[in-house]
Write a protein that binds this ligand. Structure first.
Ligand code: HEM
Length: 459
């Protein structure tokens, strides 16, 4: 039995809109009025017949370490790791029939299986020369089948690590900024935990903006004085939300150690193409027609909330619209399809919601253009988003670019020391660009997003 995948499903799907979506509530897109894109009560465990998956996930935390980690602690675990992976290679391909009619079960299955795939792949010690990793069919086939039903990429995503990993600390209440804990970590570090916490906080802070967006779409018209006044006030609320998200992002400096983030956490997130175009890649056994560009791993670029803000304010990441100042040469060379590609890593319904927003017959920027009273609050919101991206670039430089260029040798007790020192030295010698999710060149990408935002300001 083989499964054939994926691109067709995802791209055909987008054509069914926007007609079908018209007049739908946010709930119809699985967007919760309190928790936004996070489920208010995620499922805690799959039905009993899937116990081998759940048990392997719990075991992984104690028996595995990064394959590139040559510390004594990691070496002591190698045998257990071999055992763990050996058992998975023998797994039967479980039927997903008992999951297919329940979106929370499907999400939980995606979450468990995608974590297992990343545990499996990244706990294997590297080979020389590098060779493709075979993901066993007992993992690959159900993950692909479940992803097909959720209409999302069959790999670890932002949804798995942040949105479906967040459980309410007090289960009697929905998840909230103050009622949140994360169930599984790959590296087991506080830095990973805090990255998820920060990302989930930003996601929850954005819920207020989702309310604004909804009420804008519900307005009977955008021309009478009451509507214009409301839009102006709501734009100020959006500005405040973006400021809150920026403050959350800035809090990373005190909560996440750059060294640990780069060397202990990030390697677990790498996808099949994480080392750039020459990555040896992953092979999903029993699956044909896999497109490696949908195996890139998690990124906050997959946050539907950030996309919703971009769409509402009409940020043109693809440089398709004539705006001034004209894009720089560097902007044009960036990966302009990145943000669109990242949408394939979202739950299909969330992507559908974004398409619904984008298909509005009354784009906000046009309404503002025709209404001088709205120009100032609109431009302030856009400039605040541009400031978020300025801060984000500085954070990305601190946590990724400077770490990747660091000549400092990593102390030998530090996980991954020997391999990473070697890899870092080689990378420096070869002057490879620093890469983000999907092996994309990072700095031009982030700057292009920042400049596209600046270009949105109405003159
Ligand atoms: C330590 C904190 C963070 C670091 C080091 C970081 C790093 C990165 C990197 C390297 C990328 C490029 C694509 C990729 O490789 O994934 C990226 C993209 C992105 N990140 Fe972050 N990020 C951080 C926190 C956040 C937070 C909290 C948010 C959301 C509020 C966020 C939102 C985004 C968005 C929307 C993108 C897509 C590109 C863009 O819109 O400019 N990031 N981030």
């Amino acid at each position: 039995m083989t499964l054939s995948y994926f691109t067709r499903t995802v791209s055909n799907y987008s054509r069914r809109l926007p007609e079908a979506a018209c007049g739908k509530s946010q709930e119809a897109f699985d967007v919760n009025s309190i928790t936004g894109f996070l489920p208010a009560q995620p499922l805690r465990r799959l039905p009993k017949e899937y116990d081998i998956w759940e048990t392997a996930l719990v075991e992984a935390q104690t028996v595995l370490s990064l394959g590139t980690d040559s510390s004594n602690v990691a070496l002591a675990k190698r045998q257990d790791g071999l055992h763990w992976r050996g058992a998975i290679r023998e797994w039967p391909v479980l039927s997903i029939d008992n999951l297919r009619d329940d979106v929370r079960r499907l999400q939980r299955a995606h979450y468990v299986l995608a974590f297992l795939v990343h545990w499996f792949v990244h706990s294997i010690p590297p080979t020389e020369p590098p060779s493709p990793v075979q993901v066993p069919r007992g993992l690959a086939m159900p993950l692909v089948a479940v992803s097909h039903l959720l209409r999302m990429a069959p790999v670890l995503t932002f949804a798995d690590t942040v949105m479906w990993n967040a459980q309410p600390e007090n289960p009697d209440h929905p998840v909230s900024v103050d009622n949140l804990r994360f169930e599984h970590l790959l590296s087991g570090t506080e830095d990973e935990y805090n990255f998820y916490l920060m990302s989930a906080r930003a996601e929850l802070q954005a819920v207020e903006a989702l309310h604004v967006i909804k009420s804008y779409h519900d307005l009977p018209n955008t021309t009478d004085l009451a509507s214009v006044t409301k839009i102006g006030r709501d734009l100020a609320r959006v500005t405040a939300v973006i400021q809150d998200i920026t403050a959350t992002l800035e809090s990373s400096r005190g909560m996440i150690d750059p060294h640990s983030f780069y060397f202990n956490v990030r390697p677990w997130w790498k996808g099949s193409d994480g080392d750039g175009p020459d990555s040896p890649g992953w092979i999903y056994e029993g699956v044909t027609g896999m497109d490696q560009k949908y195996l890139s791993g998690p990124s906050a670029g997959q946050s539907a909330a950030m996309h919703a803000l971009d769409i509402f304010l009409d940020i043109d990441h693809k440089l398709a619209k004539r705006r001034s100042p004209a894009p720089s040469k560097e902007n044009k060379k960036a990966d302009l399809g990145f943000m669109e590609r990242m949408r394939q890593y979202m739950l299909g319904q969330h992507r559908e919601y974004l398409e619904y927003l984008a298909s509005t017959p009354r784009p906000l920027r046009e309404v503002v253009r025709q209404n001088p009273a709205l120009r100032e609050p609109y431009n302030t919101a856009v400039r605040t988003l541009k400031k978020f991206r300025d801060v984000h670039i500085r954070i990305a430089c601190l946590y990724i670019v400077s770490m990747s260029k660091s000549q400092t040798q990593i102390p030998s007790q530090c996980p991954a020391s020997a391999m990473l020192n070697k890899a870092m030295n080689e990378a420096n010698e070869n002057r490879e660009p620093v890469r983000g999710t999907g092996g994309t060149a990072l700095v031009p990408l982030l700057k292009a997003g920042r400049d596209a935002t600046a270009r949105t300001v109405l003159q």
